[in-house]
Design a protein around this ligand. Structure first.
Ligand code: ES4
Ligand code: ZN
Length: 324
């Protein structure tokens, strides 16, 4: 891999911690917790990571998450990610977690939160990686379920910067969660949402106008709406783009057809992120490398992407300015 890419200080803004569960750790935890996996070996698991679209991935991703049971499991998961991130010079990470995929299985919100949070604190101390936490609502579940999740997060709100929206996009528009996001903002949370990954540009408009998001996660389908592109560029609303994810989930046919460079050339605040690296074949540096190679990005453009990642982060203004 290119030394310039690996060495460049980067912020990661779109990462599902459950999506960093490597097959090796999945098997270790399955054994530790006496859980039966649908795969017999690591190579069989990897062979199953052949997706047609977002839903076919989500089915396997939620199945994998079942091995996470104890606070220590969430700690080990998060710690493994942070160690990997440190080798790629990630200086700051803003990670998503999906409490509902665990509380639905009878695991306490606190167990999930404590395991992740303790590892993040260790990562800050031992690896020098600063962090923020974003609690995501699963949009295929009801607004009432999301509200219950928000209420579980309230005791921890001083350490959770934002709420987000993930899972199956089509048919689950941002509007479905308007009231919950209103409540979250009243409680002091910032907001983000996955939009325009598989969903139409109208969902991006809804995320902006109804959920008042600070960033759009993915947002690549914004290219289909000229007024939206103009708005995103003028307001510098960041997009957290995940190139390898988009290829694995067939949002674009090939990496050469990815629109990241177009979006950058149109003046949008584009960032590069890894989404679910254990499932999509690469961490953040592999994502930078893939777009550099396929779209012929020069060093100035790569540098701009890294600069955007700090600009688009929820770091304090003074910290941002000292890092950029
Ligand atoms: C996700 Cl790529 C993606 N899209 C929507 N929801 C998700 N959860 C985990 N990865
Ligand atoms: Zn995502």
């Amino acid at each position: 891999m290119d030394n310039f890419i690996v060495g460049l200080p980067k912020a990661e803004l779109h990462l599902h911690i459950e999506g960093t569960l490597e097959p090796e750790l999945m098997f270790t935890l399955a054994e530790r917790n006496k859980i039966k996996l649908p795969f017999h070996s690591i190579s069989e698991a990897k062979q199953a990571y052949n997706f047609n679209n977002l839903q076919s991935f989500l089915d396997i991703y939620y199945q994998g998450s079942n091995v996470l049971q104890q606070e220590q499991d969430f700690y080990d998961l998060t710690w493994a990610y942070l160690q990997k991130a440190a080798t790629q010079n990630v200086k700051h990470t803003e990670i998503f977690f999906d409490p509902q995929s665990h509380t639905e299985r009878g695991i306490a919100f606190e167990t999930v939160y404590q395991g992740i949070y303790r590892a993040l604190q260790a990562g800050q101390k031992e690896l020098g990686i600063s962090f923020q936490l974003i609690v995501c609502f699963l949009r295929h579940l009801s607004a009432a379920e999301a509200l219950k999740t928000l209420e579980m997060a309230l005791p921890y709100k001083e350490t959770i910067i934002a709420v987000g929206l993930d899972s199956s996009e089509q048919g689950n528009p941002p509007a479905k969660f308007q009231a919950i996001f209103d409540r979250a903002r009243k409680e002091g949370f910032l907001t983000v949402a996955h939009a325009g990954e598989e969903g139409a540009p109208a969902y991006i408009w809804e995320a902006i106008n109804l959920l008042h998001v600070s960033r759009i996660d993915h947002g690549v389908r914004s290219i289909e709406d000229q007024d939206l592109i103009k708005y995103l560029a003028e307001q510098q609303i960041p997009l957290t783009v995940c190139p390898l994810s988009n290829i694995k989930l067939k949002v674009f046919e090939t990496i050469e057809k990815h629109n990241l460079k177009q979006l950058l050339d149109l003046g949008l605040c584009v960032t590069v992120n890894s989404d679910d690296p254990a499932y999509f074949g690469g961490y953040i540096a592999e994502n930078y490398q893939a777009v550099q190679d396929a779209l012929n990005l020069n060093q100035t453009e790569i540098y701009q992407l890294a600069k955007n990642s700090f600009q688009a982060s929820f770091l304090q203004l003074e910290t941002k300015q000292s890092l950029i």
